[in-house]
Ligand binder design. Structure first.
Ligand code: GLC
Length: 749
């Protein structure tokens, strides 16, 4: 009997101890303990939350924030645009400026420029710097980078993305994501997926075959998630298989969370959610911007009526939704908060530092592409230093950091091309200016204004005549034009109407070429443009939207402080008809009878960009991967480390590259793979490797590029898996997709 009592006492004691322990765990608030694994903290916090608190966690409470759990000391989550710099603060529930005086930022170059560096280290630096600015500003989620593939050169948002090739975008996005997240700031990779044009962006339903989806449009997102470890993804506005991408069972449940094992949070684009049952079941975790179009005002303070708010609670109460669905969303948002706002080990960032300006300038220097340079008109200086330069064009003076949509910024400063050129010219060269043309005078976005008054009462004729007359008197003319961030130019929520330069620039450039043969054209754009005057202009430079240091980067290149090393991340076609989507009339789609849906079918399939040009043997104006230097490079014969590749490990190609010019420079050696006798129709060649090499005059380095079986694989839509066909492959090594220097055949066994 005694033993029985003793056992009983023991059990009671153990039970009490267990309760005390549990209480102490709860009492100790394990979720606050940063030394504990995040998953434990998430579960502990979740176990303490009410249904209402979980619901409040998964939708916005203001224009750019969602509620934490105040009772538990779990902070709100703050999002900020955009991919090139940290947006100024807006009013709680408005798009308009909050009128802060401490939120001017550094504008880094647009991501087309970053892609054009073909330098993953530049992407890491970029991510670190922009992450530091976000952290300093108290932001937890950076709404970028954007990695949608350039399918049509008319897409208004291509300037925000990384070009036409999935491999280049995949390699460049990973270090950007890592750099941002080192700061305890989540990258929010966007817009997932198939948001490849802006016209009808809210109601376009995309049809694309699986192989094209997996080989062209998903890789950059997959790399960002599986290699970059992205903590959040932004759903796109458009539809796929008739479901909005922000709550899409195929893209979010099956691919992102299923196949890729994404453990982060899916955030809707602003106004991208449209349906409660779908939002509950098809993978949306955090709803923002509902009833806005992402740019314009919506229903004020509607947050309780969000699709994932009261309607969700009602469905739970009616037994039409499961608590597990809510818990999964709340878990993912908690994980995002613990990785960012509640990770106090990641420092406080910095803003507008010299290091950030230096990074912006260097990335601009490395991303500018020298397209043409006959009789070495550039760089300016040396034995042919002009006494007098005439700069012509509105883009020499127009601020480009304001406008373009949600990536618009309020910068601490922006150096214009004219200012940069004047600074570089110093006192030894006279620099005159002529407007040349009047383009777009606007300079305002969401209450941020450039403060510039670009008005000019003169007629187009007068402006042209002035520029031509001055050009005849100058030793050299630099025309700086292109596109801008205005509606139907390089601008969100609108597409361009054509490939041509606007505002009569072509006629002006032709006239300038007549007046002075020492003409260099600097095209500032985030998209390819037509150049009917290409044969009459000796030097052409592709300068992207370069941000705060634009003028200094352009001057660094024009005056030869830096030798250009950028390579095009997209094809410049001669005309729209040379682009697959347009040749097949597969853009902008057709309106569906009796509905506001516009259907687009990606009829060109895999043949995006240079893949189309190769297949149709169409010579581009300037090819994907093209970019000149002020020095010359000689390629030796490429060799492979094996003739037979069994698919294990990788096969490595070695190429000696020599700088045979008289000045230092950098070259991007590109590796394309062709497949002989492919069992299915395939592109002629595809980029599968690249390496940037810096060389002093006379220096030779052996560049090595490796590919593995995955690089050689294609997506088999029938079997829904990747497969590498046995047989003969050819590695094509070159300085551009249309400048192959050396080929090596090998067999995959
Ligand atoms: C916009 C954009 C998205 C941006 C968001 C918040 O509509 O599509 O890229 O981050 O809304 O401004």
């Amino acid at each position: 009997m005694e033993n029985l009592k003793k056992n009983k006492r023991t059990k009671v004691f153990m039970l009490a101890a267990a309760c005390l322990c549990a209480l102490s765990c709860h009492g100790r608030e394990l979720y606050r303990d940063a030394s504990r694994p995040i998953e434990e903290r998430v579960e502990d916090a979740l176990s303490r939350m009410t249904t209402r608190e979980k619901i409040d966690l998964i939708h916005a409470q203001s224009k750019f924030s969602s509620r934490g759990v105040p009772r538990l000391g779990i902070p709100d989550l703050w999002c900020t645009d955009g991919p090139h710099g940290i947006r100024p603060d807006v009013l709680w529930d408005e798009w308009d400026q909050a009128g802060c005086t401490n939120d001017s930022c550094v504008a880094f170059p647009a991501l087309t420029c970053l892609a054009a560096t073909w330098n993953p280290n530049a992407a890491l630096t970029y991510g670190r710097c922009i992450g530091e600015e976000a952290r300093y500003r108290g932001k937890d989620v950076l709404l970028g980078p954007g990695v949608n593939i350039l399918r049509t050169p008319l897409n208004g948002r291509n300037f925000e993305y990384m070009g036409e090739d999935p491999f280049l975008a995949s390699v460049m996005v990973v270090p950007y994501v890592k750099g941002v997240q080192e700061n305890g700031v989540a990258a929010c990779v966007k817009h997932f997926a198939l948001n490849n044009n802006e016209s009808n962006r809210h109601n376009t339903n995309v049809t694309v075959d699986d192989r094209t989806l997996y080989e062209i449009y998903l890789p950059a997102f997959k790399a960002a998630v599986t290699e970059g470890g992205a903590w959040s993804i932004m759903g796109a506005y458009n539809l796929y298989k008739d479901q909005h991408a922000c709550h899409n069972e195929y893209l979010l449940n099956n691919i992102l969370k299923g196949e890729w094992g994404f453990d982060g949070a899916v955030i809707s684009d602003w106004g991208g959610a449209h349906d409660t049952p779908q939002a509950i079941s098809n993978g949306l975790d955090l709803e923002f911007g509902t009833w806005t179009d992402g740019l314009g005002a919506g229903t004020v303070n509607a947050y309780d009526n969000y699709y994932l708010a009261t309607p969700f609670v009602n469905m739970l109460n009616d037994g039409k939704a499961d608590m597990e669905d809510l818990d999964d969303k709340a878990r993912r948002v908690l994980r995002l908060i613990f990785r960012t706002a509640m990770d106090h080990s990641k420092g406080d960032g910095e803003m507008c530092s010299d290091a950030h300006y230096e990074a912006a300038r260097r990335i601009g220097d490395e991303g500018i592409v020298l397209l043409k340079n006959d009789n070495r008109l550039l760089p300016i200086g040396g034995d042919k230093t002009p006494r007098k330069i005439l700069v012509v064009g509105e883009n020499a003076i127009k601020m480009m950091t304001v406008g373009g949509g949600s990536s618009s910024l309020k910068v601490q400063r922006e150096c214009s091309p004219l200012d940069g050129i004047r600074a570089a010219a110093g006192n030894s060269i006279a620099v005159d200016y002529a407007r040349g043309y009047v383009g777009d005078l606007s300079g305002e976005y969401n209450g941020v204004t450039t403060g510039q008054d670009l008005s000019d009462s003169r007629s187009a004729e007068e402006l042209l005549e002035e520029a031509v007359a001055k050009a005849a008197e100058a030793d050299m003319v630099i025309f700086i034009g292109g596109l801008n961030k205005s509606w139907r130019q390089d601008c969100e929520d609108s597409d361009r109407s054509g490939l041509e330069l606007p505002y009569g620039q072509d006629r002006l450039i032709e006239a300038l070429a007549e007046a002075n043969r020492n003409l260099a054209v600097v095209n500032i754009s985030g998209n390819p443009v037509a150049m009917p005057w290409v044969k009459k202009v000796p030097a052409i430079v592709q300068a992207w939207y370069l941000g705060s240091e634009a003028g200094n980067s352009i001057a660094d290149i024009l005056f030869g402080k830096v030798s250009p090393s950028g390579k095009l991340p997209m094809t410049f076609p001669v005309s729209l008809a040379d682009n697959g989507a347009h040749a097949l009339d597969a853009y902008p789609g057709t309106k569906r009878d009796g509905s506001d849906i516009v259907d687009i079918e990606y009829k060109e399939g895999l043949l995006v960009g240079y893949r189309w040009h190769d297949a149709k043997k169409i010579k581009p104006l300037f090819a994907f991967g093209h970019g000149l230097s002020y020095t010359d490079f000689k390629y030796g014969k490429a060799v492979a480390d094996r003739k037979e590749f069994d698919g294990n490990g990788s096969i490595t190609f070695k190429i000696p590259v020599t700088n045979c010019g008289d000045r230092a420079g950098a070259e991007v050696v590109q590796l394309y793979i062709s497949r002989k006798d492919s069992p299915v129709p395939s592109p002629v060649k595809e980029l599968k490797g690249f390496s940037k090499v810096w060389l002093e005059p006379g220096e030779t380095k052996e560049v090595s590029i490796s590919v593995d079986k995955d690089d050689l694989s294609r997506f088999d839509a029938e079997k829904h898996c990747w497969t590498a066909d046995r047989g003969e492959y050819t590695a094509q090594i070159g300085a551009s997709s249309d400048d192959i220097k050396s080929t090596v055949k090998f067999n995959l066994k």
